[in-house]
Design a protein around this ligand. Structure first.
Ligand code: ADP
Length: 273
C-alpha cells in the first residue's frame, strides 16, 4: 500500500492582490497521520487546508490526493473526490433549523444518488450509524433538537459525527476549537483524535493554540507568512522555534506547556475507548 496519501508541491495562493497567502508550500502526508498545523492568524493555515479540498482554488502548484491531482478537477470529478474528504469547520456549518440527527445524516449526501439525496432518503444503515455516532459523543438526548439550540461544543460534536458518517479517507479541520471554551475545546479535540484513530483516518487540523497541538498531534507543521517554517514532533518544537513562528503575535500561542486538559474524562478520549 502506498504510504503517502497526500502530496502538496509548490503550492501558492493569491487572493488577487500582489501579496501571497501561500508562497510555495511543499509537504507530504502519510496515511493515518494526525497532523496539526500551527501559526498565528493570517499565516495561511486556513488557505492551505481549503486548497486541499478546493474550497479555495490554488494559484500555482500541485495537490495529489490518493494519486489524483486535485488542482485541475472540476464538476462531478471534483465532487467525487471531495466526498472522500471530511471537513470540520470553526463555525460548525450546521443547518440550524434542522435537527441533530438530520445534520449528521447530511454527511452521506455526497455519496448518495442524486434523487435519493434530493429527497433526503437515507438508508437504514446510515441512520443506524448516525445513532451510534451520536451516542459515542454523548448527545443521544439532543438527537431531535434543532441544531441551533445546542451549545458550541455540542454543535462541534455534531460536526464531527457528520464528517465521520461521510466515511472519508482524509479528515480536515479548520480551527475546530477556536470558538469554544477550554473545557469544550479539550473534549472536541479528544473526540477528533479518537475518531481519527478508530477509523484510521489521515487528519489535518489547523490550530493557533500550541498546547493542543502538542497534546494531540503526531506531527506538527508550523506556518509563518505563507511558508512552512517547522515540520517535526512536539519534542522538536523548541521555545526558539515557537518564538520565530509567532513573532509579534505571541499572545495567540496560548499555554505552551503541553499539559492542558490531561484528564481523559475531560478530553473525550473515554467516549471512543
Ligand atoms: P490563517 O488561517 O493562518 O489565519 P488565512 O489562510 O486565513 O490564515 O489567511 C492568509 C492570508 O490570506 C491573510 O493575509 C488573509 O488576510 C488572506 N486571505 C484569506 N482569505 C482571504 C480572502 N477570501 N480574500 C482575500 N484575502 C484573504
Amino acid at each position: 500500500m502506498e504510504d503517502t496519501i497526500l502530496t502538496i508541491r509548490g503550492l501558492k495562493k493569491t487572493y488577487g492582490g500582489p501579496s501571497y497567502a501561500l508562497k510555495g508550500v511543499d509537504i507530504s502526508f502519510k496515511r493515518g497521520e494526525f497532523v496539526v498545523i500551527i501559526g498565528p492568524s493570517g499565516a495561511g493555515k486556513s488557505t492551505l487546508v481549503r486548497c486541499i479540498n478546493r474550497m479555495v482554488d490554488p494559484s500555482e502548484g500541485e495537490i495529489i490526493f490518493d494519486g489524483i491531482h486535485m488542482e485541475n478537477l472540476k464538476g462531478k470529478a471534483l465532487r467525487q473526490r471531495r466526498a472522500d474528504i471530511g471537513m470540520i469547520f470553526q463555525h460548525y456549518n450546521l443547518v440550524g433549523r434542522v435537527n441533530v440527527i438530520k445534520n449528521i445524516l447530511y454527511g452521506r449526501l455526497g455519496k448518495m444518488h442524486a434523487a435519493a439525496s434530493l429527497l433526503g432518503l437515507f438508508k437504514r444503515e446510515d441512520r443506524l450509524e448516525a445513532f451510534e455516532l451520536i451516542k459515542k459523543v454523548g448527545l443521544d438526548a439532543e438527537m431531535y433538537k434543532r441544531a441551533d439550540s445546542l451549545s458550541g461544543g455540542q454543535m462541534q460534536r455534531v460536526g464531527i459525527c457528520r464528517a465521520i458518517l461521510q466515511h472519508p479517507t482524509l479528515l480536515l479541520a479548520d480551527e475546530p476549537i477556536a470558538s469554544l471554551d477550554p473545557a469544550s475545546a479539550g473534549i472536541v479535540m479528544g473526540e477528533i483524535r479518537a475518531a481519527a484513530d478508530e477509523k484510521k483516518l489521515t487528519c489535518i487540523v489547523n490550530l493557533h493554540q500550541v498546547e493542543y497541538a502538542k497534546r494531540y498531534a503526531d506531527r506538527i507543521i508550523g506556518i509563518k507568512d505563507g511558508l512552512v517554517v517547522f515540520d517535526g514532533t512536539k519534542a522538536d518544537l523548541t521555545t526558539e522555534i515557537l518564538s520565530h513562528i509567532y513573532q509579534g503575535k505571541e499572545d495567540q500561542m496560548g499555554d505552551t506547556s503541553g499539559q492542558a486538559n490531561n484528564n481523559p474524562a475531560e478530553t473525550g478520549e473515554l467516549l471512543y475507548a
